[in-house]
Design a protein around this ligand. Structure first.
Ligand code: IMP
Ligand code: MG
Length: 177
């Protein structure tokens, strides 16, 4: 259980490390989707910082949009009940959708979102996540592009929050308590 005595742990990934990784993945994505219609779909709110880094490294034409899905339950673990709280505006028909995610934990949110988006008949749906926490996976979700893999810690910073706090930390850390 987390208490209000939580403190920020050590730095896991600096801004420089993350931007370097965004550069590498941006090159790869630009190659993989060359000549194809691409939509970068940023999941709010946690992915905005990573999205900003990644989109600047993509050298092919791309559109962007935003989606927000929330899962009910406690603030530190997802319950599996997901609801779309801000929907995509853009027409996704025949487009390649790349979901830009902050972290894949249980995978429940993305499993739901992926099925939800497929109803719009896109050409493809793939996932690019800044962080992957595979030890906690319960849903059948394998990210296509992964920035870094993390241990089973509660991650904060660089967009990720605990109770809406710490999103503005310019590095990735974890809650130490
Ligand atoms: P999932 O459905 O369990 O994969 O996680 C859903 C969302 O919960 C992620 O996209 C994050 O926005 C958030 N989340 C999961 N793990 C963490 C964490 O360690 N720190 C902060 N947010 C997290
Ligand atoms: Mg997220």
């Amino acid at each position: 259980m987390l208490t209000n005595k939580e403190t920020v742990g050590r730095v896991l990934f600096t801004e420089e490390m993350i931007r370097q990784r965004a550069h590498e993945l941006g090159e790869q994505i630009s190659r993989d989707y060359a000549g194809e219609p691409l939509v970068l779909l940023c999941t709010l709110k946690g992915s905005v910082v990573w999205m900003g880094d990644l989109m600047k490294e993509i050298t092919i034409d791309t559109e962007i949009d935003f989606i927000s899905a929330s899962s009910y339950g406690s603030s530190t673990s997802s319950s599996g009940v997901v609801k779309i709280s801000k929907d995509v505006k853009m027409d996704l028909f025949q487009k390649n959708v790349l979901i830009v995610e902050d972290i894949v934990d249980t995978g429940n949110t993305l499993a739901f979102m992926r099925d939800y988006l497929k109803e719009r008949n896109p050409k493809s749906v793939k996932i690019c996540t800044m962080l992957d926490k595979p030890s906690r996976r319960t849903a059948d979700v394998v990210p296509d592009y992964i920035g870094f893999t993390v241990d089973d810690l509660f991650i904060i910073g660089y967009g990720l929050d605990f109770d809406q706090k710490y999103r503005n930390l310019p590095y990735v850390s974890y809650l130490d308590h």
